[in-house]
Structure formats: structure tokens, C-alpha cells
Ligand binder design. Structure first.
Ligand code: IPM
Ligand code: MN
Length: 357
């Protein structure tokens, strides 16, 4: 039987609770599918680990991640160590594409008015190894001034643009507004040369995909558009820091970061995590929304070639929300408690498998 070797990094704060919920769901999928299994190796990394060991992650864990089929990571706090850990994993393994789906599910309370579930459904492809965050932990701070450098390389721009067009081509649906496949480059070429460079490379890559619409949007206009007309977007490709900011903005429009999974992908490796931080104030309260981590596990299933299982999981989440098995309230928390979510999804999955959808 096919075995997938998964490294599990539970992270800090609510991380272990979220990861536990995701594993419960994966165990059910493994049981129902019957033709593959997961073997998990749990490794500590993040802020707690840093306090004990003086580094965010050990060399042994990095080596284990290198050898594994995939890594499932919980959130770590938003401190410098977390930034460094992100940098070590993303730049260290050259995971240049940070894929962040922004999708509105049924019955989730959101701040925008009159938005039916299908009307927000786009993917942000955030460049993950360069841009302004190329300066991660490398900035210069003097007594009276400080500087960080924004770096965009031809290779970096080309590969992230190509990746985004492939995502647009392979995504099951076009933009909600008109069904069109469309990649929007978000940049600021009216002010910065580096973004003009990005824009030219984007235009070149767009010519390789004539069937997909390509357009540019300045980042300031894009932040308004994601509120005013989110239905227009199918895939957004952008620089590292812009992607960081816009993905939180997008998350706020679909029920908070608890609804936002992400995949950090390179040509050979990938790790999967929720977008949000470790929410120390929610630890042990049974309130955090684990769907971000569970949907990240879904992205991992797809990455491992288990497309059918990934689709069944998405279906189970849709149905559980539709039937109001649990509620995501306007503050992004789960009313019935986070532990309930995995239990409801396990039941829903059994039904989906039985019906074969
Ligand atoms: C993210 C996070 C990280 C990042 C932080 C924790 C450093 O904000 O993944 O969006 O941007 O690199
Ligand atoms: Mn972020």
C-alpha cells in the first residue's frame, strides 16, 4: 500500500489543536479510501523551540523535511523567530510559490453585504522567496536610518508568473463574474522600476497562455477592488509583501484567517499551513477555527496526487457548513467549539464516500 511520509510541525499556541483536528480528518480519509496511508513524524519547531534551543528549527528537522513527501505545519507566533523560520523554510527549500485560496463558503458570517457563496473564489499566488522580504533578517539598521532592499530577479518573476498561469488554467472554475480564466498581476510600476521589470516579464509569460486573460492592477487599486468587486478575480500573482498583505485582506472578506489555508510550493517540495498566527489568547478555549489547517491538509492531498480525496474533503466542508453542523461567527470563531469541527467533518466524509461524491 502506498505510504506518504509526512512531517508534522505543530507549531505554537493553537497550532497543536489545529494540527490535531487536521490529522483526525486525514485519518478518516485514509480509512475510507483504503488504498493509501500516512505515516507521521512529529517535529518541534517555532517560538517555544527557539526559547529552549536558541534556533527556530533543528538541522535534523530540516533534513527530515527534505526527505519527506510533504510537511504539515501549524502556525507560529508573529515574532522575528517566526519570520526567520518562514525564511528558512521558504528560501531554504526554494518554495517560491505561496498559494493562498480565498474562497467564500456557505453560511459563514462576513463583513461584506449580499455576497452569495460562489461570488468570491480566487487564488493569490504570492512570490515567496524574493521581493521586499528578500531582506528578511538581512536589513540594515543604523542609528539614524534603516533600509531593506526589494529584489526581483528575472528567474523569480518568470517562474512565479508561469506558476500563476498554470493555476489559472488548472483551476476548476474561472472568475465568478464571467467564468473567464484571468491572471491579474498586482504591482506598483507607476512608482517603482522593479515592478515595471515584473510587469514586462509578466507580459512575456502571458503570451505563452493566449487562452487566459492577463491584466495589471496597481496594489492600491487592488486593495479596493478586493472589497468592491472580488468576483472579478480568478488568480492574482504578486510580489512577496504585497501578497502577504492582500491575503490577510482577502481573508477578512471570507470569514477571517481561520478560513485561509496555504501551500508553500517549490519544484520538489512543499509545506502546508494556515495563513494566521498562533493566537495565544485562544489556546485551550476550544474556539479557534481549524478549517484553515484542515483545508491546508486538503491542499496537501491534492499535491500528493490525491485529487479525488481533496475534492471529497472540500465537498464535506461545504455540506457541513450548508447543514449548519457548526457555525463560523462574525469574529471568525467556531460557535460550537473547534473540536466539533473535525467530528462533524468525519461524519460528513463518510456520507460523501458512501454516495461517491
Ligand atoms: C505569512 C506570515 C509570515 C510571512 C510571518 C509570520 C513572517 O505573515 O505567512 O503570511 O509573511 O512571512
Ligand atoms: Mn502574513
Amino acid at each position: 500500500m502506498k505510504t506518504y511520509h509526512i512531517i508534522v510541525v505543530p507549531g505554537d499556541g493553537i497550532g497543536p489543536e489545529l494540527v490535531d483536528a487536521a490529522i483526525q480528518v486525514l485519518e478518516k480519509i485514509q480509512e475510507l479510501s483504503g488504498d493509501f496511508r500516512f505515516s507521521y513524524a512529529v517535529h518541534e519547531a517555532g517560538a517555544n523551540f527557539y526559547q529552549k534551543q536558541g534556533v527556530s528549527i533543528s538541522v535534523e528537522t530540516l533534513e527530515a523535511i527534505r526527505r519527506a513527501d510533504a510537511t504539515m505545519k501549524g502556525p507560529v507566533p508573529d515574532g522575528t523567530e517566526a519570520g526567520v523560520l518562514g525564511g528558512v523554510l521558504r528560501s531554504g527549500f526554494d518554495l517560491y510559490a505561496n498559494v493562498r485560496p480565498i474562497k467564500l463558503f456557505p453560511k459563514v458570517a462576513i463583513p461584506l453585504k449580499d455576497r452569495p457563496p460562489q461570488s468570491i473564489d480566487y487564488i493569490i499566488v504570492r512570490e515567496n522567496t524574493e521581493g521586499l522580504y528578500a531582506s528578511r533578517a538581512r536589513g540594515l539598521m543604523l542609528e539614524q536610518a534603516a533600509t531593506d532592499t526589494l529584489l526581483l530577479t528575472r528567474k523569480g518573476c518568470e517562474r512565479i508568473c508561469r506558476f500563476a498561469f498554470q493555476v489559472a488554467r488548472d483551476k476548476s472554475r474561472g472568475a465568478p463574474e464571467d467564468g473567464r480564466r484571468r491572471v491579474t498581476l498586482v504591482e506598483k510600476s507607476n512608482v517603482l522600476r522593479s515592478f515595471y521589470f515584473f510587469r514586462q516579464i509578466f507580459a512575456g509569460v502571458a503570451r505563452e497562455f493566449p487562452e487566459i486573460e492577463a491584466e495589471n492592477l496597481y496594489v492600491d487599486a487592488a486593495s479596493a477592488a478586493l472589497i468592491m468587486r472580488p468576483q472579478h478575480f480568478q488568480v492574482i500573482v504578486t510580489e512577496n509583501m504585497f501578497g502577504d498583505i492582500l491575503s490577510d485582506l482577502g481573508g477578512a472578506t471570507i470569514g477571517g484567517l481561520g478560513m485561509c489555508p496555504s501551500a508553500n510550493m517549490g519544484d520538489e517540495r512543499a509545506y502546508f499551513e494556515p495563513i494566521h498566527g498562533s493566537a495565544p489568547d485562544l489556546v485551550g478555549k476550544n474556539k479557534a477555527n481549524p478549517l484553515s489547517q484542515i483545508m491546508a491538509a486538503g491542499m496537501m492531498l491534492e499535491y500528493l496526487g490525491r485529487k479525488k480525496e481533496a475534492l471529497l474533503l472540500e465537498k464535506a466542508i461545504l455540506q457541513a457548513l450548508e447543514k449548519e453542523g457548526f457555525h463560523i461567527s462574525s469574529n471568525g470563531l467556531v460557535e460550537e467549539g473547534s473540536r466539533r469541527v473535525a467530528a462533524v467533518l468525519r461524519e460528513e466524509l463518510a456520507g460523501c464516500y458512501e454516495r461517491g461524491i
